[in-house]
Structures are given as C-alpha cells and as structure tokens.
Design a protein around this ligand. Structure first.
Ligand code: 5GP
Length: 187
C-alpha cells in the first residue's frame, strides 16, 4: 500500500490551492495539512486557514524543537509542515493532502518515497504573471523573483508522479480528481 500522502506542488499562482480546496469538498477521505508560515495573512486569510501564522522567532523555536518534517524559505518567508499533521491524518484514517513548494516536495521524497506527488503546471510564465497580478490586485510581492523561481520549478515537473496542465480549470481539475479517485480506490 502507498503512503496515504498526496503532495501537490506548483509554482506560486498556478492555482494549486483551488485544486486542493475543491478536492477537499469532493472527497471526505482527504484532510488538508496546515503548514506554519512567517508570512503575513493575505486578505481573507485567518489563523489556521490556510496557515498557522507565526513570527520568525516562534517559527525558529518550533524548528529547533524538531516540530517540522521539513521547512523551506520561500520569498523571504519561512514555511514548514508540522509532523503532527501526518499523525493526525493517520488517526483519522485519511489521506493527507498538502500544498508545498518544490523544495518541500524534495524533502518529503526522502522520508516518503512512495507518497503520490502531483505537479500543477501553469500554461505559461506569461499566464502565471497575469494570474498573480489578478490575485494580488497588481501588488504581488517579489513578482520577478516568483516568475524566475516558477521557471526553475517547472523544470522539476518530470520528477513528479503526475503532471496536470492547468489551462482550463475544469478539465485540469477533472484530471486531478481522477488521480485522487484511483488512489483512494487502490487503498
Ligand atoms: P503562498 O505564500 O503563496 O501561500 O505560498 C508560497 C509557496 O510556499 C507555495 O509554493 C506553497 O506551496 C509553499 N508552501 C506552503 N506551505 C509550505 C510548507 O509547509 N513547506 C514548503 N516547503 N512549502 C510550503
């Protein structure tokens, strides 16, 4: 049996949080892994959804205590997946689905080589730029750095078990959904 862990990665702005959100509505067998971050909440975000928001000092304390499976610095902010999320999913008997960056997926591969790794590809870097501008109302922090990182990350896509091109959301989501359905069936 495969480790019941679904790692979803994509460049920032490729739409992966919409995939995870919809999948969580569609499958009661899934539970979402809530990461910790030092980045401030965006409009509409609150403590615990979609992150636990902590300051750098608290984050580093937790890291020193061995609280995280992996941590990564993304655009000058720290992000980390807590170990207790894996335990929580295990107790619930559910698949843990997580939205982490490519560095994080690499760390996970070392611990959980037989988890399922899904990469969401944006149609192009220009389209990614457009989506980020739209999402952040033209105020995306570190836009050029994000786009450069996106290009590097897209080169890593073949290392994932599945690649889903997010050109049209509905058809991309149908593909994503099928991957999850088959995983759940094979359990
Ligand atoms: P955002 O700030 O836009 O929510 O996320 C920025 C990036 O950090 C995204 O690529 C997201 O997948 C990634 N990220 C979120 N949580 C974690 C985590 O716990 N670990 C790692 N490695 N990356 C994360």
């Amino acid at each position: 049996m495969k480790t019941p862990l679904i790692v979803v990665s994509a460049p920032s702005g490729a739409g992966k949080s919409s995939f995870c959100k919809k999948a969580l509505e569609d499958f009661k067998e899934l539970t979402y892994s809530i990461s910790y971050t030092t980045r401030p909440p965006r409009e509409g975000e609150v403590e615990g959804n979609p992150y636990h928001f902590v300051d750098r000092k608290k984050f580093l304390e937790l890291k020193d205590q061995g609280f995280f499976i992996e941590t990564a610095e993304v655009f000058n902010n720290l992000y980390g997946t807590p170990k207790n999320e894996v335990e929580r999913a295990k107790k619930l008997g559910k698949f843990l689905i997580m939205d982490i960056d490519v560095q994080g997926a690499d760390s996970f591969r070392r611990y959980f080589p037989d988890a399922t790794y899904i990469f969401i590809l944006p149609p192009s870097v220009d389209e990614l730029r457009r989506r980020l501008m739209l999402r952040d109302k033209g105020k995306t922090q570190n836009l050029e750095i994000r786009l450069k990182k996106a290009t590097d990350e897209m080169n890593q896509a073949p290392r994932f078990n599945h690649q889903v091109l997010n050109d049209d959301f509905n058809s991309a989501y149908a593909q994503f959904k099928k991957i999850i359905e088959e995983l759940i069936k094979s359990r």
